[in-house]
Design a protein around this ligand. Structure first.
Ligand code: ZN
Length: 491
């Protein structure tokens, strides 16, 4: 066997074990008995140490040294790019630093949850200080003298740089601030009225998942506190949640996670359990969830179909026509919470976190000043003051678990979705007529063919360019938002 074949066989098993670890995580969030938590954390730690040993196995270094990438085909070269990169990353971070980060972030997550419940920022700051210091050290180890925050972004969105994100956000921010303030001056659409039994929500949510092409023969939908999707290839599972008065929470969380899941299910079987067999980056992943959820799921055409389905399932609910229903689905509302934000305001939440975490990592902002910086920035962009820490600096779990550089990928997903949507509309001219029948097959088929099936074959920006025919830019997203919400709110 050649060194390449030996490496790929080894890698195949590592990927399979990684899937097993992911399944343990899924189980923990869905059906695990409450009394099993302590044992589960030992099981997961054991899996993690097996995986770490494989990732740092000296044989991997020997195979990498023996392989001449230039002798491989395009797919082989792409596999090697991923394997070399993740091996180099693992070797750059000292084992004791990685262990310390795992320990501190696990403690920090608990302290963050307590601080958020008691609205006590001061109680969270000491452990956040530790997390920030450790992540800075890790960033320095990864950066090789380059920009620390760039090195962190690279973990989630390979090749992306903070300066490029800054330029992108600078172009977006004034237009989004102007749009949100114009829209919020207008009267709000009607809200839903009524009760929406969870059992019926779950029935309709399964129908929605299937309408968007999710293969339930190789997936499943369960309830969890926070919706997520996990797994790849032939076992991709999603979760959703129900709230008796707000069925949109269930339906649009489901469509979002279905977007993630269909990306994983759509990848070419030939890449199964290899580095190419999963979404290429967080941003590209989020582009799939967002285009399913927003550009398709919240379109006028598709909400017309959903209106009929909801009338059948729930009877009358206070919104009497498909036109009014479309406005209700797309309500722009004042609010503090990123995960509840509408399409107009969502990216403003991300820009706030991007600037603050970049300053934290660069040493330009101390954790003691974080809350004040957050509140000032929020009021500048949203026009009203944060009322309590759980609605402000304590709302997201990310920083407590050391996820610095992750937030920008949410906005990149929206930007990429804007590019893909523009190209999709050209490729499928009668898209609206199909969506109005609840038929997304042409849209999801186009995404699968042009983007999803390729997995990690190309770099993230190339993946978007290959599918949409354009280098990623925020212009299509901004034009789409201004047109859609301009028409909805009569601007
Ligand atoms: Zn997502």
């Amino acid at each position: 066997m050649s060194a390449f074949d030996e490496l790929m066989a080894f890698q195949h098993q590592t990927e399979a074990l990684g899937q097993v670890a992911g399944r343990l995580g899924w189980d923990q969030e869905t059906v695990m008995p409450r009394g099993s938590a302590a044992q589960r954390s030992e099981e997961m730690a054991a899996m993690e140490s097996v995986l770490h040993a494989r990732r740092t196995d000296p044989r991997v270094g020997e195979w990498l040294a023996a392989i001449d990438d230039a002798m491989l085909d395009e797919v082989g070269q792409a596999q090697m790019r991923h394997i070399r990169k993740s091996f180099a990353r693992t070797m750059k971070v000292p084992a004791d630093l990685a262990a310390q980060i795992a320990k501190v972030t696990s403690r920090a997550q608990g302290q963050w949850a307590e601080a958020r419940a008691s609205e006590d920022v001061a109680a969270f700051l000491p452990v956040l200080r530790e997390v920030v210091d450790l992540k800075r050290q890790e960033g320095q180890a990864l950066a090789d003298g380059g920009d620390v925050y760039d090195a962190m972004i690279d973990d989630y969105e390979p090749d992306m740089k903070a300066a490029d994100l800054q330029a992108m956000f600078d172009a977006m921010r004034p237009r989004l601030v102007a749009l949100r303030s114009a829209v919020l001056d207008k009267p709000a659409p009607r809200a839903l009225k009524g009760k929406f039994p969870p059992r019926k929500q779950m029935q309709l949510t399964r129908k929605l998942a299937q309408a968007f092409g999710y293969d339930l023969g190789m997936g499943r939908i369960d309830k969890a506190v926070h919706p997520f999707s996990s797994g790849s290839g032939h076992d991709v599972r999603i979760t959703t949640r129900t709230s008796p008065r707000d069925p949109f929470n269930c339906f649009y969380s489901t469509i979002h996670e279905v977007g993630h899941a269909c990306y994983e299910q759509g990848i070419d079987d030939a890449y199964a359990l290899t580095p190419l067999g999963q979404g290429v980056s967080m941003g590209v992943h989020e582009s799939q969830s967002r285009i399913y959820e927003n550009q398709l799921g919240r379109s006028q055409a598709f909400t017309g179909w959903l209106f009929k389905e909801m009338r059948e399932a729930f009877g009358k609910f206070g919104v009497g026509t498909p036109e009014k229903f479309y406005a209700t689905v797309n309500t722009v509302h004042k609010g503090y919470i990123r995960t509840e934000a509408d399409e107009v305001q969502y990216n403003l939440h991300i820009m706030l976190r991007f600037d603050l975490e970049r300053a934290l990592m660069g040493g330009d902002l101390e954790v003691e000043d974080l809350e004040a910086a957050w509140n000032d920035r929020f009021e500048a962009d949203f026009g009203y003051a944060v009322d309590k820490p759980s609605n402000g600096v304590l709302q997201d779990v990310h920083w407590s678990v050391g996820l610095f550089g992750y937030f920008p990928t949410y906005s990149l997903g929206n930007v990429y979705a804007g590019c893909l949507h523009q190209a999709l509309r050209k490729a499928v001219p009668d898209l609206d007529a199909q969506l109005a029948q609840g038929d997304t097959s042409a849209a999801t088929g186009w995404l699968r063919e042009n983007l999803q099936r390729h997995g990690g074959l190309r770099r993230p920006a190339e993946t978007i360019e290959h599918a949409s025919g354009m280098a990623p830019t925020s212009e299509p997203l901004l034009a789409y938002l201004e047109e859609k919400f301009g028409a909805l709110y009569g601007l």
